[in-house]
Write a new protein. Structure first.
Lengths: 305, 289
């Protein structure tokens, strides 16, 4: 599958993207930052939810935890160390969630993930109001938008590379078997819970990392800002549009949808959520396997006739 | 003692909401993540009827509930039926329904936000203290509790003792076998989904009588109803009723003696214990895998 040409295309694309901040003004850079973060989020989401069909609705729980960790720790510790701590917290949280739910049928996981962001938001709010007495924190880090852009480019690339490696590894294959048929997976000796747990934790850690990298963009952070359910929603819809079964599927979902959302939120700020909901329903109906698969089938049919 | 009463009132509404979800998930096999949005929509409808034409919530119920029934009926026909048809080949109705209703959640929430904004809404209905067995409680809460219990128990009796109830339970336990005895499973599922929507609306009416609500508080109701359904055992109507009361009591206890900000956390703690100890539910039989 992997050829020299493909690798060189990937490297050239990466190089061009890395040079982009030198040519873009503030608005374009902001747009690219948002887009890259969703590329990383949707790809990380698909890493677990694509093969298993366990729909995780908790993206923003981890994303928010990452961002909030930065808000709490941003004074006195260097940024890379904060990122590392954030990822570790995301890892521990995802393992805890996974241990509780992934032993059971998928629907328990979905339900648990559905309310998780709200739970974490309320817990942090409660803690801040009652224990520390400060709701809302400021982030003063010497990071320019282009620094965040490069960090996100790194995170998105890392996610794609990890996604690629996972797909080629035994564990990735095991996960796909689980997604196709859990009974067969158990029969051929796959440890169901451990496989699911490992990949869920990996995916959640990457999501936490993205949240942490984006945190300095806000400057002022409070729980209701970083635990915005729209993030979970967008991640799922983007991954679905592109097709979560493929490595580059989410990427193809992110680019058009992100631009569309950007336009929608500028022109229809109040009806944003209605249009998104309707669009989401339409995607589930029309393109259940993503746009890439749809195009492939279309080409196949054309080739036959 | 007061917290016990408040807990029972709260529990009564949770039980009602959970019964509706049992109908939708246990019988119709639709995992409805927009369920709380139905509850909140009904609460807003009652709010509007009360504040515009001064209609008593007890009467508003007779407008809201049939409306919710027919809306849910059509939601099933338009959104769910094609999925049910599609899933017969692939067997992934659960995932599709989760995704569709997740989209529906944002759609309904968006409409509510446009119509009512993000502020808290509430109205003042029968907010007068009443003395029951030496405990002082607002009359609206008392009515809410009575209403929830009457509706919940009558539905339970209907399901447990009528011919129609037997049909319903047959579809809930073994949809593939129900077909063999001449039950139109799709039709029963559609009716069950609509009744579930109606119960959601009734829960919304009841809640609006004594609680403030916002356009975005649906998620929490969905979550609580889901937890109650799992606690009672999926498809178990009596289980849902009792579990609803338990959850309400637990919440009231936590908010009185610990902290009102931790009620959702206590709900989640119950859920967590449940998942680790009895995922099939307190009253459920068999193994969930």
């Amino acid at each position: 599958m992997i050829t020299g040409a493909k690798v060189s295309v990937a490297i050239i694309a990466f190089g061009l993207l890395a040079l982009l901040p030198f040519f873009l003004e503030a608005y374009g850079l902001g747009l690219m930052i948002g887009m890259l973060s969703y590329v990383a989020l949707a790809t990380a989401w698909s890493m677990f939810s694509g093969p298993t069909h366990y729909i995780s609705l908790a993206t923003v729980a981890f994303y928010g935890v990452g961002a909030y960790t930065v808000a709490v720790l941003n004074e006195g510790i260097s940024f890379p160390v904060i990122l590392l701590i954030a990822v570790l917290i995301g890892l521990v949280l995802s393992l805890a969630v996974g241990v509780a739910t992934l032993r059971l049928a998928g629907v328990y996981f979905v339900i648990f993930s559905f309310g998780l962001a709200e739970l974490v938001r309320q817990l942090i709010t409660w803690y801040e109001v009652n224990v520390t007495g400060t709701l809302g924190r400021y982030i003063f880090l010497p990071l320019e938008p282009q620094d965040i852009y490069w960090l996100l480019l790194g995170a998105a690339t890392l996610t794609l590379i990890i996604g690629w490696l996972v797909r080629r590894s035994r564990i990735g294959l095991a996960l796909r078997v689980i997604g196709d048929d859990e009974v067969i997976a158990a029969h051929i000796g796959i440890n169901l819970t451990r496989t699911k747990l490992l990949l869920f934790a990996l995916s959640a850690s990457l999501i936490t990392l993205v949240g942490a990298i984006q945190a300095p963009r806000w400057v002022y952070i409070e729980p209701s800002i970083v635990f915005n359910p729209t993030v979970s929603f967008l991640t799922v819809i983007m991954a679905l549009l592109g097709g979560p079964h493929r490595l580059f599927g989410p990427l193809f979902g992110v680019v058009p949808l992100f631009l569309l959302f950007e336009w929608l939120s500028a022109n229809f700020p109040n009806h944003y959520s209605i249009i998104l909901g309707a669009l989401f329903i339409a995607i589930v109906f029309v393109l259940p396997n993503g746009v890439l698969e749809f195009l492939d089938r279309f080409r196949l049919r054309r080739a036959k006739t | 003692m007061t917290s016990l009463m408040i807990g029972l009132v709260l529990g009564g509404t949770y039980a009602l909401a959970a019964l509706g979800l049992t109908m939708q998930y246990g019988v119709a096999r639709i995992m409805n993540l927009a369920y709380g949005e139905f509850v909140i929509s009904a609460a807003f409808a009652t709010f509007v009827l009360f504040s515009s034409i001064n209609l008593n919530p007890l009467l508003a119920m007779f407008i809201v509930a049939p409306a919710a029934f027919s809306i849910s009926y059509f939601v099933y026909a338009i959104l769910m039926a094609p999925l049910v048809k599609r899933s017969k080949k692939k067997g992934n109705l659960e995932n599709d329904s989760i995704l569709i209703t997740f989209g529906l959640l944002f759609l309904v929430q968006g409409i509510l936000l446009v119509l009512f904004g993000a502020d808290f809404a509430s109205y003042n209905y029968l907010n007068i203290p009443v003395n029951v067995f030496g405990i002082t409680i607002a009359a609206n809460r008392l009515i809410a509790f009575g209403l929830a219990m009457i509706l919940g128990l009558s539905l339970y009796c209907l399901v447990a003792y009528s011919q129609w109830g037997i049909t319903l339970r047959a579809v809930a336990t073994k949809p593939e076998n129900a077909r063999l005895v001449g039950i139109n499973v799709d039709r029963v599922a559609q009716i069950a989904f609509a009744i579930g929507g109606m119960l959601a609306a009734l829960a919304g009416v009841v809640i609006s009588m004594f609680q403030t609500f916002t356009a975005t508080s649906g998620v929490v109701f969905t979550m609580k109803a889901l937890i109650v359904v799992i606690m009672g055992g999926v498809g178990n109507f009596m289980g849902a009723l009792i579990s609803g009361l338990i959850l309400g009591l637990a919440e009231a206890t936590v908010s009185t003696y610990v902290d009102p900000g931790l009620t959702l956390a206590s709900t989640y703690l119950i859920f967590l214990v449940l998942l680790l100890w009895r995922p099939q539910g307190l009253f459920g039989k068999g193994v969930v895998k």
